[in-house]
Structures are given as C-alpha cells and as structure tokens.
Design a protein around this ligand. Structure first.
Ligand code: SAH
Length: 216
C-alpha cells in the first residue's frame, strides 16, 4: 500500500469523541501515522509481525500496522469506548480478525497479560502515548510509564515523543539496555485545549524514536 492510500485509509478512522479532559487524547493524523508506520516498515518490516500498540485510542497505529502486513495487533487502551471505535474501524478496512482490543491501564499492566493475547513473542511495540504536552498538568511526562512497559515487551519499539524530551529518552533507553535513535522530526497538531495559545490549533515538535535492544 502506498503512502497516499495508507494516509487516506488512516484519516478515515474516527477521532476520540468528546475527549475526556483528565487524559490526553490526541489522535495521530492519518498522514503522520502513515509516515510513522512506513519508517517502522522500512527499518524492521511489519510483514507477519506481532505488534502491540500502547494507548491505542481509536486504533490508527495498530490498524495501519495490519494494513502494512502485520499478522496480529494487540491494541491496549484504558477507555473501552475508544476500543469499540477501533474494532469497528479495523473491521471496516478488512483487518478486524487480526485486531485484538485489550482494555487495560498501561501503568498497571504486566507483559505476561499482553503475551496471553499473542500466539508468540511480541516483535514490535508501536505507540503514540500521551506526551504530557500540557506542562501545567500533573500528567506532564506521562509517556514514561508507556516507555517502561514497551521496553519490557519487545526488542524493538517505535514511539512518538515531544522533541524536547530527547535527551531524557536517550538516557532512559541506555539504562534499560536499548539503543535510541531519532528517525524523524515532525510537527504534530495539538487541539487548543493543550496549547497556551488562543489559536485553534498549535503544533508541537515531535520525534519518531526507534529503540532497539542491545544484543548481549
Ligand atoms: N495512539 C492513538 C491515541 C493517542 S492519545 C493515536 O495515535 O491516535 C493517547 C491514548 O492513550 C488515549 O487514547 C488515552 O485514553 C490512552 N491512555 C492514557 N493513559 C493510559 C493508560 N494509563 N493506559 C492505557 N491507555 C492510556
């Protein structure tokens, strides 16, 4: 599937409805999701892979991975109503049988529980976790629990993060025995409620990070 058709298919996946203010729910736009997934495909291939999407929202990354040939995608999300939308969206594009919704809180989830939904070891984690983009909130840096679980789940992890947290992420990865690289930087549009601005949309600089477990 080429970039344009992937981006179009992913753009049709619904946004989270009236997002809760307590949690940051900003879906990845279709074109950004397509670029993110194509980077994963080009570096590690998605063909036949077992993939986990942490904080899956309405499923854009998990569904996109399946469209690019992944064998199974487990989508972990704490909000069941978002998983329902994701499941329907997966069915709409013909990948419903390979899409597994798992309602769970990432901060309390054990890797073994995720593995129960896979028929083998997890190959790849792909995620756009909450950034903690609103620095005034106590959720700033909310992506850390996601990273902690991701690095325990799979030898290869792709994630979107605020560019300003790069140094932290690199040190974190190294401590956990992973190599950290930034594959791309891009502007991520944020709805006004996360911005300090009056404008409707402000964007944040984000990075696509790839983590790979060091061979021992
Ligand atoms: N990955 C999706 C959604 C990104 S928004 C996309 O790219 O479009 C982040 C998502 O993480 C939201 O849907 C939010 O409900 C979910 N989330 C936040 N905290 C969570 C937690 N502790 N456990 C599981 N999901 C969580």
């Amino acid at each position: 599937m080429d970039r344009k058709h992937l981006a179009m298919a992913l753009s049709r996946i619904p946004d989270p409805p009236d997002p809760e203010t307590k949690r940051e729910q900003v879906r990845t736009p279709g074109d950004l999701a397509a670029d993110f997934l194509r980077l994963a495909r080009d570096h590690d291939s998605l063909e036949g892979k077992r993939v986990v999407d942490l904080g899956a929202g309405t499923g854009v990354l998990a569904i996109g991975a399946l469209l690019l040939g992944a064998e199974r995608a487990v989508a972990v999300e704490v909000e069941p109503r978002l998983l329902e939308i994701a499941q329907a969206a997966a069915e709409n594009v013909g990948v419903g049988e390979s899409f597994i919704g798992l309602e769970a809180d990432v901060s309390r989830l054990e890797p073994a529980v995720v593995n129960e939904h896979m028929d083998g070891p997890v190959d790849l984690v792909i995620m756009n976790p909450p950034f903690g983009a609103d620095r005034r909130s106590r959720h700033a840096g909310g992506d850390r629990v996601f990273l902690s679980l991701a690095l325990r789940l799979a030898p290869v992890v792709y994630s979107l993060h605020l560019a300003e947290t790069k140094a932290f992420l690199s040190a974190y990865a190294q401590d956990a025995g992973f190599r950290f690289e930034v594959l791309k930087e891009m502007d991520f549009p944020l709805p006004a409620r996360f911005a300090h601005h009056r404008s409707n949309l402000q964007s944040k600089r984000v990075v696509v990070a790839r983590y790979t477990r060091d061979r021992k």
